[in-house]
Write a protein that binds this ligand. Structure first.
Ligand code: ZN
Length: 116
């Protein structure tokens, strides 16, 4: 259960952006989430709705999550492949010598709100 701390840090970042951009009310926060993080959507939304009351201007904010599949690149056979499970073995040649090229993202993509 790491969703709680993830949502907390997203709010902290969003709050900083809100202040920097002089926004008074936030409507939408779009977050890119790689499947590597194994986040449970419902839990994210639950924490989001709980915590948004504590941040001024976020009371009516909506969370939008955009998921990214996990892609790994095999250094042995040089293929880039999608994986379903977080087991980083090349499905082609079974090498462990792989690296994640997509799917470990976790960041805010856009914030929509009203300016003062
Ligand atoms: Zn391979």
């Amino acid at each position: 259960m790491h969703e709680g701390s993830i949502v907390k840090s997203l709010f902290d970042i969003a709050n900083k952006i809100k202040e920097d951009e002089n926004l008074v009310e936030i409507h939408k926060i779009k977050v890119i989430v790689g499947k590597f993080h194994q986040i449970v959507d419902e839990v994210m939304f639950m924490y989001f709705d709980l915590m948004k009351k504590e941040y001024k201007g976020f009371e009516n904010a909506e969370l939008i999550m955009e998921e990214r599949d996990v892609k790994i690149k095999c250094k042995k056979c040089n293929q880039t492949l999608l994986i379903e499970e977080p087991i980083f073995i090349c499905p082609n040649c079974e090498s462990f010598d792989t690296e994640i090229v997509e799917g470990d993202e976790l960041h805010i993509a856009t914030i929509e709100g009203e300016k003062n």
